[in-house]
Write a new protein. Structure first.
Length: 423
């Protein structure tokens, strides 16, 4: 999952949000300037996005080399998501104890080690442990980076985070292309994970000596209380959206291998088109969502576009048609997460911190459950039949959105409080 574009401050998957600053008011201040801290935030987010989107093609090739089942392959994605859940639960405590500077650099080191260990692992136990480390520290790095950019560019948060999202989306496109292109070699595809590791090493070497700002709203100010039923309705739709995206990310390539008889490396490379579709859809969505009242309609339209793309992809027996379907599905999936997340938060604007924390747990639970279900079913009935799980998730999301007739609360859909401020 790349870092989703949203107007205003952004909170990644696996983290919670807080703060209630009015993002509709633009501050008159100094001109936007990109400096070393900006580059630090952009580069760290891009490197993590590369790791995230390299994971699916990497695991597909790892399954070929280590000859394990689809269920074991799904256990890796589930382990990653479990690490993300823990990261979200303990981010605030870690921030309080370590401070922004230490937490950021420990997250850089942990993410780099997780990627490096995964690249060299030759046993399932070893690769599962590496995936757990990557899942625990990667989302913490994502949250820390977004918080850093939000504090450093307080007068221009929107612009800084939009540019950061674009950089991460480009890295997400690059990752499957690199891993897939190296897949034809005996073990050269493992070197595909060297790129983010090198980026993290350079980040550490060039930026370690410069203190990071600790200013910003205090962590852990989550308002307690019961969330309304409409929030849970929208949060359930968010969970279905996360399952749709990551089910496709992890099982799109195996479906191509099964349906079109492609090589694993060719299928992994072709999945780059899904990431390209996400980049295109996110770019278009950032413009369309300017009118916040459009969010529910855009969410429905995105689900219908996703259904069309994945329906064609599921039934296609031609490479060209499957390629076009991946682009369409990616464009549809692109805005499901940001629109669903914002729409759910709008249902509880006075308890946005608590709502965001619950949202993240729902998302990461879905990321664990969807690939695991696909893997278990693939071993029993084959990948093609198991992919029907995606259709079930799309129908469920459409039903949930249809039941939720009321538009988002005014001003709520576009506001995303500071991701670091979590309790």
């Amino acid at each position: 999952m790349t870092v989703p574009r949203r107007r205003g401050l952004t909170a990644p998957r696996g983290t919670a949000e807080a703060g209630s600053s009015d993002l509709s008011t633009r501050c008159d201040g100094p001109a936007f300037r990109r400096d070393r801290l900006t580059a630090l935030g952009y580069t760290s987010l891009a490197a993590y996005a590369y790791c995230l989107y390299a994971l699916a093609p990497f695991l597909t090739l790892l399954r070929r080399d280590l000859d394990f089942s689809y269920l074991v392959m799904s256990l890796h994605s589930t382990t990653f998501a479990a690490g993300s859940v823990l990261s979200g639960l303990f981010f605030t405590q870690a921030l309080r104890r370590l401070g922004r500077h230490r937490l950021f650099w420990l997250s850089v080191i942990g993410t780099a080690c997780g990627a490096a260990l995964l690249a060299v692992g030759h046993t399932v136990a070893f690769t599962l442990a590496a995936t757990a480390l990557l899942g625990l520290t990667g989302p913490m790095l994502q949250t820390s980076s977004l918080a850093l950019l939000s504090v450093h560019h307080s007068a221009h948060r929107d612009r800084a985070l939009v540019e950061a999202n674009a950089t991460a989306s480009l890295a997400a496109v690059l990752a499957p292309a690199v891993i897939g292109s190296l897949g034809g070699t005996d073990s050269g595809w493992r070197a595909g994970l060297a790129l983010p590791v090198v980026a993290f090493v350079l980040l550490y070497a060039l930026g370690r000596g410069r203190p990071l700002p600790d200013q910003g709203p205090a962590a852990g100010t989550v308002r307690q209380g019961r969330l309304p039923g409409r929030f849970w309705l929208r949060s359930a739709a968010l969970g279905a959206a996360a399952g749709i995206e990551f089910g496709t990310v992890f099982y799109g390539a195996p479906l191509l291998v099964s349906r079109l008889d492609l090589s694993i490396s060719h299928a992994a490379t072709l999945m780059t088109l899904f990431a390209v579709g996400i980049l295109i859809g996110r770019t278009a969505g950032s413009r369309l969502v300017n009118d916040q009242g459009r969010a529910p309609r855009l969410l429905t339209g995105s689900l219908l576009l996703t259904a069309a793309g994945l329906g064609i992809f599921w039934s296609s027996h031609a490479v060209v048609l499957s390629s076009a379907a991946l682009l369409i599905a990616g464009a549809g999936v692109a805005n499901l997460f940001p629109l669903s997340f914002s729409h759910a938060i709008a249902a509880a604007p006075d308890r946005s911190d608590l709502a965001a924390a619950c949202n993240q747990l729902v998302v990461n639970s879905a990321i664990m459950a969807a690939p695991l279900a696909l893997g278990a079913l693939s071993d029993r009935v084959g990948v093609s039949s198991a992919f029907a799980v995606q259709a079930v998730l799309i129908v469920a999301a459409l039903l949930l959105v249809t039941v939720d007739r009321r538009p988002a609360a005014a001003g709520g859909a576009g506001r995303d409080p500071l991701p670091a401020d979590r309790g």
